[in-house]
Design a protein around this ligand. Sequence first.
Ligand code: MN
Ligand code: MN
Ligand code: ZN
Length: 279
Amino acid sequence: MKHIGAHVSASGGVENAPLNATSIGADAFALFTKNQRQWVSSPLSDKSIRLFKERCSEGGYDARYILPHDSYLINLGSPDEEAQQKSRAAFIDEMKRCEQLGLQLLNFHPGSHLNKISVEECLDKIAANINLALSMTQGVTAVIENTAGQGSNVGNKLEEIRYIIDRIDDKSRVGYCIDTCHFYSAGYDIVDNYEEAFGELERVLGLEYLCGIHLNDTKKPLGSRVDRHESIGLGLLGMDFFARFMKDSRFDAVPIILETPDETRWASEIELLRSFENN
Ligand code: MN
Ligand code: MN
Ligand code: ZN
């Protein structure tokens, strides 16, 4: 059976995230472990850490199905040395926060070349920074999210994610997450060529590195490289895609996270997706 949830709020403290997940009937969830729009946050208190762990176990949330997301400010592939140093420090801090919370995964956007360096140079910097962060932490896997390829973001082509993974020293602590909105916007036709698109995923990246799915519909057309999420079934992916996806056993072992825009629909979206799985 699949584990489905949403990127829930951690406002008031990370310990509120598992409660928010339970309230929408989720059996997986994503969260920010710090304010995603600030460089520096105060360290997690012992009380927050204790309550987070207690509430995860009360809610039945195993760390395998919790997919924290890092800050939007971080660019591990930045061409600017100062920005890169800041990003590196913030990323290591994110990893350490996950470690403190007993979490095993950290999802992040690979980075942007800002049109100042080549894609390859950008990917090399990202790989070097992941290697450094992994060497300074324990037990947390770096989970690279595919992007729509908006602006100068890298990671819209599966080969770019493969390029990074190939350069990671500890292969047991690197993986990837597929965002279905980004995947379609990047040009992978999961609507009209479902088997071909996911076949390519298996061929280029392999399912052994798959650590999570961001399950979103999209407002923007195939190959548009624009990142605009839509509620389940209301966008261009459409209900048939989600029904098919929910029956696809290749995605049974990873957290499936909604990042759909209308959070008042999350509980019903989860219920609907479960009904597809069981029909
Ligand atoms: Mn993301
Ligand atoms: Mn996403
Ligand atoms: Zn997105």
